[in-house]
Ligand binder design. Structure first.
Ligand code: PEP
Length: 770
């Protein structure tokens, strides 16, 4: 167990400090176990490396003769109270089963025996073993509330039903003919099945679709016949390996679902029909979709049902997962909120295995809460990064780093109907940040730029680490209005050289180096709620550090927060803190984001993603209670999100605020490290040409064409008008921030209050409305 500060003994300042005076040896906080015995062999005063605690407490360690130890900490009342209100996910864990129950979806575990076993004798034996297991469970687990269905071949239905009678198991059939009777040699009708005690019937199993050419139309006929007879169909859908690899999962599932459900009433869907998502590539192959992949498809299926029927129906319909489910994989699959059971093939032939599957187990108490993210914007970034939420615009901004693009999306417009916007950028981009002015800051390959959203104009503020072969990477505005941005050694994968620095663009325009050592690849830049702690990682080290953050000085008092265990691949990438000061870190290469307790590094929650590399995250949405996550290719690239459990939310993203030096004035480079000294003269050839790219807009997204030609006057890049359109939502809103450039001709307005362009006479456009 990691330290838990609430379990410590608290004593008065005096007592603690007098105790501390008598223990001269120094030990590190990492050795401390709170709430009981001290595991370090050394005793003495604890050198408190946690800045926040340092300001607030005195710590002393007292051992008795038996070497039992008590840790004394004095904390101000306010701090204790604050700590008490922290939401501890593990103790407040909302079990997936509870969520499912709240939605009134009973778990359904079905075993499809396919064309097995070979004889009625074996079928009887298999059923008998299962019956015995079910009887044991009924005795041992009085609350057992899983619906168990056994689906044997037709000739064995009768005997299996007979042996299982008196247990909770129900009987299912593998197929049925849509007609009720007649000249259909070899077929079985719904009436026959009913008379044998069958409750469920599979429809559209992939083996019937592929080996017996059953079309969606035929599947739909069967579904309707089963429903008409009063039985429950299990409608199987799922994509082939080729379709999966071509990114067609949603298209295939949506088609099979829509065509399979033609003429099915909302009532039948809510009460009788079950959907089974079975990726064909996972059936009988031993390959299982990861829980995150399965969850993302299940959540998509629910969204299609919502669109076809209603939110109530989508919430009520049961969706099973199928594809090589085993006793080893079931527990994790069942933590997914949208997985309501499993359709099991091979493993259902062994009573012991099937029993373990239907008596799946919830994670042990105290395990990190599992959350699952799903894609909200399929933006296909090569390397999505640096997602920030603008409260003023109620919009997210993020970048496609090597894809050289800036993206924006307003979630309130709703999934599927919203139109993300993409601005093509001329250079590799590391990060984007907000400014109070309504413009953005962009960390591009050649420097830090100001980006005017309305005009689509960028202007270089300063070079970055020239002449080094580095670029800005992760960056965020601190809680005092300065922009902190770290470097990326473009060749670090080859040369491993630690040459980059961590910089702060201060409100007066000065760039200041704030870390006293160099590194390869900056990430994790984020701040505690009070702004006095900064988190940082040099990704290849796989270690995240906290520092005391001085808004006017350098980082100090480095201490380790978290080191990626060797069992987990990848490295820490972008991160964000929540309102309680806990750290949400993207583990790129490990398909997850973890919530860390900031003092101990304990993992309190894990957000699983269906793609390998989450890259950056932030809280967004009107209530700041959704975690948005950028991802990278080749399997990812979209923007993902996950709703936070109750009580967890973010803090509004700070905005960069110019102070003494306003736009267009000097941006001095201190210590001669960063040039040019005056950004008002910072135009260069690269700068002049880089706005020439026109944007390539993803299918179905708003077109935002960028200016084709820019001219450079005093470092300001202005545009030609015929290539620009503006996202509609950027012109509506509350702020009265006026654009500095004419939206028609690109001319820079001469005064802040000008109502019309002095160049072309066009009315001035404001950024969010006037
Ligand atoms: C199935 O046949 O529906 C199935 C999922 O099989 P298996 O579990 O063997 O992959």
């Amino acid at each position: 167990m990691m330290p838990n500060i609430l379990k410590t003994r608290v004593c008065s300042n005096d007592a603690a400090s007098s105790a501390s005076r008598s223990w001269p040896a120094v030990i590190s906080m990492h050795q401390v176990k709170f709430g009981g015995s001290m595991l370090s062999s050394r005793t003495g005063v604890i050198e408190n490396r946690r800045s926040k605690l340092e300001r607030m407490q005195t710590i002393a360690l007292v051992t008795n003769e038996q070497h039992a130890a008590t840790l004394y900490i004095s904390l101000p009342e306010a701090f204790i109270e604050k700590k008490k209100t922290l939401v501890k996910l593990s103790s407040k864990q909302q079990g997936t089963d509870q969520k499912r129950a709240a939605r009134q979806r009973k778990v359904l575990m079905a075993g499809n025996w396919k064309m097995n076993p070979a004889s009625i004798k074996e079928a009887r034996e298999m059923a008998a073993l299962l019956a015995s297991s079910l009887r044991t469970i009924a005795q041992d687990k009085p609350g057992f509330d899983v619906e168990v269905v056994v689906i044997p071949p037709s000739p064995f239905l009768h005997i299996v039903a007979d042996v299982l009678s008196g247990t909770v198991a129900k009987i299912g059939a593998q197929d049925v003919h849509p007609e009720s009777k007649g000249a259909f040699t070899g077929e079985v009708s719904t009436g026959m099945l009913m008379s044998m005690g069958v409750s469920y019937v599979l429809a559209g199993h992939s083996e019937r679709r592929n080996l017996f050419n059953e079309s969606d139309a035929v599947v739909n006929k069967k579904v309707k016949a089963v429903l008409a007879s009063g039985l429950s169909p299990i409608l199987c859908i799922g994509e082939s390996k080729e379709e999966y690899e071509s990114g067609l999962v949603k298209d295939v599932c949506s088609k099979q679902l829509r065509e399979g459900l033609v003429g099915v009433s909302a009532e039948d869907l809510q009460e009788k029909l079950v959907i089974a998502y079975e990726p064909v590539w996972a059936i009988g192959t031993g390959l299982t979709a990861t829980p995150a992949i399965a969850q993302s498809v299940h959540s998509y299926i629910r969204s299609v049902i919502k669109e076809m029927y209603s939110p109530e129906v989508a919430n009520a319909v049961r969706i099973q997962y199928g594809g090589s489910v085993t006793p080893e994989s079931v527990d994790e699959l069942m933590t997914c909120p949208d997985i309501d059971g499993c359709l099991v093939g091979g493993a259902s032939l062994v009573a012991e295995k099937f029993s373990r599957i239907f008596s799946y187990q919830a994670p042990p108490p105290g395990s990190p809460e599992k959350l699952y993210a799903s894609e909200v914007v399929p933006c296909g970034c090569t390397l999505g990064e640096s997602v920030v939420w603008s409260e003023a615009m109620q919009s997210l901004f993020w970048v496609d780093s090597v894809g050289q693009a800036l993206w924006s999306w307003r979630p309130s417009e709703g999934t599927g109907t919203s139109k993300p916007i993409r601005w093509k950028l001329p250079e590799v981009v590391g990060c984007v940040a907000l400014q109070e002015s309504g413009d953005l800051l962009l960390g591009l390959q050649s420097g830090i730029f100001n980006f005017d959203l309305t005009a689509g104009v960028a202007r270089k503020l300063t070079d970055f680490e020239r002449p080094l072969d580095t670029r800005p990477n992760d960056g965020r505005v601190d809680r005092f209005g300065s922009f902190v941005v770290g470097s990326y050694n473009n060749a670090h994968r080859q040369d491993g050289a630690e040459i980059g620095g961590l910089w702060r663009l201060n409100p007066d325009g000065n760039m200041q180096e704030i870390l006293d050592y160099k590194f390869r690849c900056s990430n994790c830049v984020c701040f505690s709620p009070d702004g006095l702690t900064m988190y940082f990682t040099d990704t290849p080290t796989r270690r995240i550090f906290a520092f005391d953050y001085n808004p006017a000085g350098k980082l100090s008092n480095r201490r380790l927060v978290y080191e990626l265990p060797s069992s987990i691949s990848g490295g820490p990438d972008g991160a964000q803190t929540d309102a309680q000061g806990h750290l949400w870190v993207c583990l790129s290469g490990a398909s997850r984001v973890v919530r860390l307790e900031p003092l101990t590094g304990a993992v309190e929650a894990v957000v699983e993603l269906p793609v390998t590399s989450p890259t950056c995250c932030t809280f967004g949405g009107p209530d700041l209670d959704t975690l948005y996550i950028t991802t990278r290719g080749p399997d990812g690239g979209g923007l993902y999100c996950v709703k936070m459990p109750p009580g967890i939310r973010g803090i509004a993203e700070p905005m960069f605020a110019w102070s003494a030096v306003q736009h267009g004035s000097s941006c001095a480079a201190p210590e001669g490290k960063i040039g040019p000294a005056r950004w008002s003269r910072a135009s260069d050839n690269q700068g002049e040409s880089w706005m020439s790219a026109s944007s390539r807009i993803s299918q179905g997204m708003d077109e935002v064409k960028l200016p084709r030609r820019v001219t450079s006057t005093n470092g300001l890049l202005s545009i030609s008008s015929d290539y620009q359109t503006k996202p509609a939502w950027l012109t509506s809103g509350n702020s009265s921030q006026a654009s500095r450039f004419c939206a028609d001709c690109g001319h820079a307005h001469t005064t802040l209050t000008a109502k019309f362009c002095t160049e072309c006479g066009a009315p001035r456009i404001t950024l969010y409305g006037q």
